[in-house]
Design a protein around this ligand. Structure first.
Ligand SMILES: Nc1ncnc2c1ncn2[C@@H]1O[C@H](COP(=O)(O)OP(=O)(O)OP(=O)(O)O)[C@@H](O)[C@H]1O
Length: 259
């Protein structure tokens, strides 16, 4: 069998991924792996292609060329909701909640996203059997408790402070029972205290057996929490390694200082 350099501990494998928007090569020929059980970060200056890579992994955009394997399966052939069923969940840079729904309802939606009809049914609030509804509600409460927000279950999501809205988004992603959780700038807009709590929460999520890939600009959090870091610059992979290796890489220092 062809060995492309991965091992059985590999959860996600990106091979030579590329996508252009008009004339802009947003992601060019990027390859890396995420190992099961890791907390891995994707960093790089503004416009480096980090969110675009998340959008390729989750199926928001199709690849121009390259491959994305999740647990050895060709994920790039699947639609975005099918990738959720495979075990890939995400949060968004700008927090995308249903602001008019309650906190609990937002998390309940997370359990329906494994199927397209379930997701649409949840949004349209189609009736379910009482037992099924009760189970979904109970599980959603479990995840709210996990992120420390069970007391806010009945609040309107849009009324919560921004940091708490992020936690609701994380609870919703966890409710889809992912194996890989992609967090897009989870510390953005959080104060130092909230960022510390976020770090603890990420470790607790990892301890559940969920692998984490995060895009983050907060370097002290990233360096402290990550097992491995991939650095992008202008769409291409610039460096990869343990936090200390990446921090000492002159190419990385030059990209961040703009020299
Ligand atoms: N839907 C799109 N249409 C056109 N251009 C896009 C689109 N999405 C991203 N781009 C371009 O691709 C490049 C990479 O953008 P991307 O948002 O992935 O960078 P990033 O590393 O996430 O940046 P930041 O740290 O500022 O969020 C940028 O030049 C951006 O303008």
């Amino acid at each position: 069998m062809k060995n492309s350099g991965s091992n059985e501990n590999s959860l996600l494998r990106i091979e030579n991924a590329s996508i252009s928007f008009g004339g802009v090569k947003a992601v060019r020929d990027v390859s890396f792996e995420v190992q099961k059980g890791a907390i891995q970060a994707l960093i790089g200056p503004n416009g480096a292609g980090k969110t675009t890579l998340f959008n390729l992994i989750t199926g928001v955009f199709p690849l121009d060329s390259g491959h994305i394997y999740f647990q050895g399966q060709d994920a790039a052939k699947r639609k975005n909701f099918q990738r959720v069923s495979m075990g890939i969940a995400r949060t968004f840079q700008n927090v995308e909640l249903f602001t008019g729904m309650t906190v609990l309802e937002n998390v309940m939606v997370g359990q329906h996203v494994r199927t397209k009809t379930g997701f649409l049914g949840a949004i349209a609030r189609l009736p379910k059997s009482r037992r099924e509804e009760a189970e979904i509600r109970e599980k959603a409460m479990h995840w709210l408790k996990f992120v420390g927000l069970d007391h806010a279950a009945d609040s309107r999501a849009g009324d919560l402070a921004f940091g708490w809205q992020r936690s609701v988004e994380i609870a919703r992603a966890l409710a889809s029972e992912p194996q890989l959780l992609l967090l897009d700038e989870p510390a953005a807009g959080l104060n130092a205290n909230e960022t510390g709590q976020l770090g603890d929460l990420m470790r607790q999520i990892r301890d559940l057996g969920v692998t984490l890939l995060l895009v983050e600009h907060d370097m002290s959090l990233t360096m402290e929490i990550s097992d491995r870091i991939v650095v992008l610059d202008q769409g291409a992979k610039l460096s990869e390694g343990a936090p200390r290796e990446v921090q000492a890489d002159e190419k990385v220092i030059a990209a961040y200082l703009g020299t």
